[in-house]
Design a protein around this ligand. Structure first.
Ligand code: TXA
Ligand code: MG
Length: 320
């Protein structure tokens, strides 16, 4: 499908136009507090198929369903007491829960790719919430980037990857969190993807360490595919000093002379929010200077550092 992608302002007119497009089965990129999502009507097979086509996404990777309220969640999924407790604490916010799918959910089977569970998120971003309200139904939305590439944290990033392939982008400015939602399955609890809510915060509520779930050799999550978030340049990790042909992306005060710094103050929240934009910026610098590699300074493996390192390891992974 080739079409001119509209850039919509985050106002009443923009929300109404975006909702109308969704009702017609078209795709609209929307900002969330994590990254921009590629939204389509989760009940419409054709719209969901278009999401996979626009992204070039493998069909075995199910999508996250975005909803406005716990009542809306209960129409689609079975909500246990444990899920309710987590939801009360972290929703709306950068957390996705994998819950048992109800037989009468009304969702397109393409959303869950035939699984008997569904990944659900209540975003906190006011623009996503306004669109959910104007549309009035469940919205399926993966990150709004071509599959395998860097997730978008601005409307321009979305256009760079998907212009001409989707109907519109709602411009909500830069995303505050900057890495995708944490994905948690329950009964028993397992961390399927580190993300915008630190695992430590979930462990504090669950009262036990959170095991890592999923199997990278049999991915049901693209976040679990080894190579993902790939820039054009190669990526080297744990770089305490750059080599001559590298763009050095620092973290903290010890990286004087770095080309870019995820957070000069060493703040992981700031680093997460800068991560994808700096991957893109570093990649553009590398192209301009003929540098082959982006070298990233070490990031501590705690709090949001786990999500950052997870994304960087995938950006650095061998590509097929
Ligand atoms: O922050 C986010 O989560 C963003 C925004 C747009 O909400 N979305 C996002 O979607 O990152 P995506 O498609 O890039 O990643 C969703 C992940 C995938 O890794 C997918 O396999 C996993 O959720 N997932 C979806 N349904 C699942 C299920 N039933 N069981 C396990 N994993 C599931
Ligand atoms: Mg993604």
């Amino acid at each position: 499908m080739s079409t001119e992608t509209l850039l919509l302002a985050p106002d009443t007119t923009g929300f109404a136009r975006a909702a109308e497009l969704l009702r017609a089965g078209a795709l609209v990129a929307m900002p969330t507090e994590t990254v921009y999502g590629l939204a389509g009507d989760a009940r419409n097979d054709r719209a969901v198929a278009e999401i996979f086509a626009a992204k070039g996404r493998p069909r075995f990777n199910p999508l996250i369903v975005h909803l406005p309220s716990l009542e809306a969640v209960e129409e689609i999924a079975v909500v246990s007491d444990a899920a309710r407790e987590i939801a009360a604490r972290f929703w709306p916010g950068p957390l996705t829960l994998v819950l048992p799918l109800r037989a009468d959910s009304g969702l397109s089977e393409l959303v869950t790719t035939g699984h008997d569970t569904v990944a659900i998120r209540l975003p906190a971003h006011p623009v996503a919430r306004a669109l959910l309200k104007a549309f009035g139904g469940p919205i399926a939305a993966p990150s709004a980037n071509p599959s395998g590439k860097i997730s978008p944290t601005t409307a321009q990033h979305v256009l760079d990857g998907l212009s001409g392939k989707i109907a519109a982008v709602l411009d909500g400015g830069p995303c505050e969190v900057g890495v995708e939602s944490t994905i948690l399955s329950l009964d028993p609890p397992a961390l399927l993807r580190p993300g915008g809510i630190a695992a430590e915060e979930l462990e504090a509520v669950l009262g036990a360490p959170l095991p890592i779930g999923g199997d990278a050799s049999k991915p049901n999550a693209p976040g679990q595919l080894k190579s993902h978030y790939a820039p054009g340049a190669a990526v080297r990790l744990e770089a305490v000093q750059p080599r001559p042909d590298e763009i050095w992306i620092g973290f903290g005060a010890d990286c004087a002379g770095a080309d870019l710094n995820l957070s000069p103050a060493g703040d992981l929240t700031e680093a997460a929010s800068n991560l994808f934009a700096m991957l893109r910026e570093g990649d553009a610098m590398a192209r301009r200077r003929g540098a082959a590699t982006l070298a990233f300074a070490p990031i501590p493996e705690t709090g949001l550092g786990r999500a950052i390192n997870d994304r960087l390891r995938r950006a650095a992974a061998p590509r097929d």
